[in-house]
Design a binder for this molecule. Structure first.
Ligand code: WTA
Length: 637
């Protein structure tokens, strides 16, 4: 088995020449990277594509299993090295270290258990679990037997879980009994029971991992204990041989319209790109301890807690807890405790910790840090400077990594310390990534610098989404129809005179709350579920900690209402429909919403009002009801 790793770039000059080569001959470049992995059969075509259907295939005919590349091929060279380092929520609880050999054995046991429970290639398994090692193990086990994982963040509501389970007809849900989060214990199995009560006809089995051991309700017709199914299994489990273009996983994400869509990633290209990008962005070297604070329920956890690091034979840390428990020093204590070399977190966490005061970060030995990263939303200058000074001590390079669930891996970022660095700029695209700015007005590509426009990608890259589950037209329409011939990201960006990119933010109706993507339509639909709500418009507004907060304008049915009581009820409705992450921060009751003559809500104006920028409302001449604007301004909360 191959023990090689993809190319690791070690200077800006090498980056430039590699980039140039990767664009001149993308197929040769990616074939070279792919050749470093273990394949059962080599591909016969590197790339086939068009962005019209769209139809993108990488490494066709290639046969592989990603878990053999994550686990088996490391056994001879680093079998005893820690693969997963687990830091529990409780700082006093024992750390768990799983070596590559142990992780391999555990994954095999679960793989055998899943097969015994009747799961096979192509079946979907939904995961609804906290950040415990068993999540990583069973996700990998799912991939080992060729089943498709769909991990749902364990903060989503029963309704949101049921929607996702049903969209992809999952055969099994793997969950925990409870989740430890700070000083709280959160029921997890109970939410699964509620989801099933809402109706999930495809689910045959719920596999329950015992995490806290507190009592749960049990239905013997579908519930099974994880340990009872797994403990006696063999530690060898032959990997299912997958086609490069077989589906590896589905991950649901919010868009500007309708319900969340299942972004589909496939085995071969995703493997090659997550490993390549991990190695280069974080400049990981053997023996380093790498920590990404994301949850595996999001793409960052998939690509840069699990797959990218394990493919490269790294030691990757999993953290069960939250940044502020037992206090706001936890991240820095953990960095010092495990001598973390690469640390990767989100601007919202940085801002929250910054607001608690410098005393929490000072006095912790952060001298092992070599690269610190940011992901999920634009990082504002103040947070960037604080991260740089207080965490990076003014010398550790920051990688501001721009990417998306759909891109599978990091697209624009510095490469450790080898790239020029500028606060709030993500920087240059990675090798093989052909970004473009497109004019909003003309639809033409903007080739000069500096320039701003719609952020697009002109050429396929190995880890790009292939479709949206069960609805290919939606994929085409969302990503490939705005700018014909290109993948449209939904973001707006600026390129400076030197060609470095700065991401400005979403240009569609998606808001980014604490690094979580939320469709305004989704939140509106949830609020509309309240029986007294007639109409709703939701917009994002600048929020000091969360980046964006959720501002809801709500029209109520006629009658005398207690506004405080209704606000609480509406928040509760959103919790039930989506989950606490989608709770509106501000709710304003209005008589009417400003609308155009064609009946469309003028969100541009509502955004301005929510942001407090009422002296500059722009063109209001197309409004049907200009008087609604004054009323909205007057009632601002
Ligand atoms: C935003 C998270 C600015 C962006 C990996 C994108 C960012 C959306 C950055 C994707 C960044 C992500 N700078 N904005 N470094 N990283 N975004 O799918 O708007 O959860 O479209 O993927 O987050 O969010 P998603």
């Amino acid at each position: 088995m191959s023990t090689q790793l993809p190319l690791q770039i070690s200077s800006f000059e090498t980056y430039q020449s590699t980039y140039e080569r990767s664009v001149r001959d993308p197929e040769a470049f990616w074939a070279e990277q792919a050749a470093t992995f273990s394949w059962h059969e080599k591909w016969n075509r590197v790339l086939d594509w068009n962005f019209t259907d769209p139809d993108v295939k990488w490494f066709q005919g290639g046969k592989l299993n990603i878990t053999e590349n994550c686990l088996d091929r490391h056994l001879d060279t680093r079998g005893d090295q820690t693969a997963i380092l687990y830091e529990p929520n409780d700082p006093e609880a024992p750390v768990v270290r799983l070596s590559y050999r142990q992780l391999h054995a555990e994954v095999c046991k679960v793989g055998n258990a899943l097969r015994e429970l009747g799961v096979g290639k192509g079946d979907r398994i939904c995961f609804y679990m906290p950040m415990v090692p068993e999540l990583a193990i069973s996700v990998l086990a799912c991939a080992r037997i060729g089943a498709i994982h769909s991990v749902v963040f364990a903060g989503f509501s029963a309704q949101a879980l049921a929607d996702r389970v049903n969209d992809s007809d999952c055969k099994m849900i793997i969950c925990s009994d409870y989740n430890n989060r700070g000083n709280k214990t959160i029921p997890v199995k109970e939410v699964v029971d509620e989801a099933l009560a809402l109706g999930c006809p495809s689910v045959e089995t719920v596999l329950v991992h015992r995490n806290t051991g507190e009592p749960i309700t049990w239905d013997a017709s579908y519930d099974q204990w994880y340990h009872e199914c797994v403990d006696e299994q063999s530690t060898e489990c032959p990997a299912e041989v997958m086609d490069a273009e077989d589906v590896l996983f589905i991950l649901y994400t919010s868009g500007s319209t309708g319900k969340p869509k299942g972004v589909v990633h496939t085995c071969g290209g995703y493997m090659v790109y997550t490993a390549f990008s991990f190695l280069n962005v974080f400049q990981y070297n053997p023996g380093d301890v790498y920590w990404c604070t994301a949850d595996i329920g999001w793409i960052t956890g998939h690509s840069y807690i699990l797959y990218g690091p394990l493919l490269c034979g790294a030691t990757t840390m999993m953290f069960e807890g939250v940044p502020t428990y037992p206090d706001a020093a936890r991240f820095w204590q953990v960095c010092a405790k495990h001598r973390v070399n690469q640390f990767y977190t989100a601007p919202t966490a940085i801002r929250a910790l910054m607001a608690r005061g410098n005393e929490y970060v000072e006095g912790h030995d952060l001298s092992d840090l070599k690269v610190i990263g940011s992901v999920g939303e634009p990082i504002n200058e103040e947070a960037w400077e604080w991260y740089h000074e207080k965490v990076g001590k003014g010398k550790v390079p920051i990688v501001d990594t721009w990417w998306q669930t759909e891109t599978g891996g990091i697209m624009i970022s510095g490469l450790g310390g080898h790239s020029p660095q500028k606060a709030t700029f993500a920087g240059y695209p990675l090798p093989g990534i052909q970004m473009a700015l497109v004019s909003k007005n003309t639809g033409e590509e903007l080739t000069e610098n500096p320039e701003s426009g719609l952020l697009c990608v002109k050429f396929p890259w190995p880890s790009m989404l292939r479709t949206t589950w069960g609805d290919h037209e939606r994929c085409r329409n969302t990503y490939f129809s705005t700018v014909p011939g290109m993948y449209f990201t939904g973001d707006g960006a600026r390129r400076d005179a030197n060609g470095m990119y700065r991401i400005v933010g979403r240009v569609d109706d998606v808001i980014n709350v604490s690094g979580h993507r939320m469709g305004t339509a989704e939140v509106e639909n949830a609020i509309d579920e309240h029986p007294l709500v007639v109409e709703t418009a939701v917009v994002g507004y600048p929020h000091e900690i969360k980046g964006q907060g959720i501002y809801a304008y709500v029209i109520l049915a006629p009658g005398n209402h207690d506004p405080e009581k209704l606000r609480n009820e509406i928040v509760e409705t959103v919790r039930t429909e989506i989950g606490p992450i989608a709770k509106p921060d501000k709710i304003q009751f209005v008589e009417e919403l400003p609308k155009t003559r064609s009946g469309k809500i003028m969100r541009r104006i509502l955004r301005k009002v929510a942001a407090g920028e009422t002296d500059n409302l722009g063109d209001t001449s197309t409004l049907l009801n200009p008087e609604a604007v004054d009323a909205v301004i007057e009632g601002k909360v």
